[in-house]
Ligand binder design. Structure first.
Ligand code: PLP
Length: 479
């Protein structure tokens, strides 16, 4: 143990990249399971029983596997020189080094066009809001400690007015540290006796949190699906929106629009039918609108509450992450309508309030000050400009693949472009692209069996990386 600490300390002060790599390999890179990956090298066991729901989870989230393959490539191509790799921590590696945008390899640098993390800096007005939050803390008058767990009133009001046109009330808005965290806390509220329904493919957090909560049995290795989850097929045949009437009933439907990973957006009609169905069968919708500001096509709903009757069945999770480059800043919100009720008549909002006041302690006051700035006119304009930039990247990626003869989905009202690699496994395509043109994409298989034949391209990249990647794709796939 002491020897290991010594190795870590030496490595931390060492400028030798090879030594850091060796350490990294020993500490975090061997097993594919994220939870095991960060464990110390040797540790005696205890008498504490492992939560068996965690044992059911598959080998980590998608990104560790991508990171593993990227590393394997770099090991075989030792001349590759990684730049901007300041943070060689467990977390960075498990998140697939999202801080790395370029790796100088010969003959060409490694490019990332798959990762869903924002890359553009936070614009000035929004940044000034964050700075204002910081400086207030240095004054007697401005200092604040714990705040309301539900968020500051002004921000709740501003979200309701500016983003929902007062379709929701401020006391239905619960400010948080992000949509992912809220999805997990919603699962905590739903408990282990509900059946989740997920789009296939979908953002993996819906399935993994259902498994963690004990809602499921184990995975069927052939189907790659957990028992007691309703998987709703989404494919080009149904425009990537599920026909819920064709599948067994679920208690809670996780619906994401604009969708990660398919880039599809749900139409008004599709959402009307979904709401109608949920009212008929008495189910909830958890509507994930984290990419809502990417919607530019008129009459495509940005919120489920644009649909009549949705307040009787739907909860909406949302986030400033993709709006304003807040992926690291952390600020989101969840809308729980006051009239939404469980089968025994209890308002869902009461239980959600209990969760938020018990398992959460309020979003950071600094960050909420940034959130307020986001919703000023200047902030909203900055968000628009930021999103225009990413949408232009999406257009470039989409046009490139269309020009190469692929069937391409998404990329219009969404930052994701979903490319059909017909008849091929996306992991094979991922490796082939990495080895041939040193571009890192995201295999659709990581989002569920329905994504197996697709690659997800992300518009969250600097323009020059995006253009360079498009050129390389053209070289690789030209006929
Ligand atoms: N929901 C979807 C569909 C996402 O793709 C992501 C992040 O990639 C999130 C939620 C997470 O949002 P947040 O950063 O607010 O936790």
């Amino acid at each position: 143990m002491i020897a290991h600490i010594a190795i870590i300390l030496v490595a931390l002060v060492s400028s030798s990249e090879s030594f850091q790599k060796l350490l990294l390999t020993r500490l975090v890179l061997r097993p594919s399971s994220a939870s095991v990956a960060c464990a110390p090298l040797s540790m005696s066991t205890t008498k504490v029983e492992r939560n068996q729901n965690f044992a059911k989870l598959q080998a980590g989230y998608l990104f560790p596997e991508i990171a593993r393959r990227r590393r394997a490539y770099l090991e075989q191509n030792p001349s590759a020189k990684i730049i901007s790799l300041g943070k060689y921590s467990c977390i960075d590696v498990m998140r697939c080094d999202t801080t790395i945008t370029t790796v100088h390899a010969m003959p060409s640098p490694l490019l990332f066009v798959g990762i869903g993390d924002t890359t553009m800096p936070i614009p000035p007005h929004i940044l000034s809001g964050l700075a204002h939050g910081v400086s207030k803390l240095g004054t007697k008058e401005g200092y604040s400690g714990y705040g309301a767990e539900q968020g500051v009133t002004e921000l709740r009001e501003k979200i309701a007015a500016k983003l929902y046109n007062n379709l929701v009330q401020p006391d239905e808005v619960f400010v948080s540290d992000g949509a992912k965290c809220d999805i997990s806390r919603l699962q905590l509220m739903f408990g282990s006796n509900v059946v989740s329904g997920v789009q296939d493919p979908s953002y993996p957090v819906y399935v993994d949190t259902s498994v963690m909560m004990g809602q499921t049995g184990s995975i069927d290795p052939a189907l790659k699906q957990f028992s007691n989850i309703v998987y709703l097929p989404c494919n080009p045949g149904n425009n990537f929106f599920p026909d819920v009437r064709q599948s067994p009933r679920a208690d809670v439907y996780y619906i994401c629009s604009p969708n990660n990973p398919t880039g599809a957006v749900a139409t008004r009609k599709q959402l009307e039918e979904l709401v109608q169905f949920c009212k008929e069968v008495g189910s909830f919708i958890v509507f994930d609108a984290a990419y809502a500001p990417f919607i530019r096509t008129p009459d495509v709903p940005k919120s489920i509450y644009e649909i009549e009757g949705a307040k009787d069945v739907a909860i909406e999770v949302n986030s400033f992450s993709k709006y304003a480059g807040f992926t690291g800043v952390r600020l989101g919100w969840t809308i729980v309508p006051s009239g939404l009720k469980f089968s025994d008549g209890t308002p869902v909002r009461n239980d959600w309030n209990r969760v938020m006041t018990t398992a959460f302690n309020g979003a950071s006051n600094i960050v909420q000050s940034g959130g307020l700035a986001c919703l000023d006119d200047e902030g909203l304009q900055e968000i628009e400009t930021l999103i225009d930039y990413y949408l232009q990247n999406a257009k470039l990626l989409k046009e490139t693949f269309e020009g190469l003869g692929f069937d391409v989905y998404g990329g219009v009202d969404a930052p994701y472009v979903f490319v059909h690699m017909k008849g091929r496994n996306s992991w094979d395509c991922f490796s082939e692209i990495l080895e041939t043109i040193q571009v890192v994409t995201i295999p659709g298989a990581g989002f569920g069996p329905g994504g197996t034949e697709f690659l997800r391209m992300s518009a969250f990249a600097p323009r020059e990386s995006c253009l360079e990647a498009c050129e390389r794709f053209k070289q690789m796939y030209k006929k």
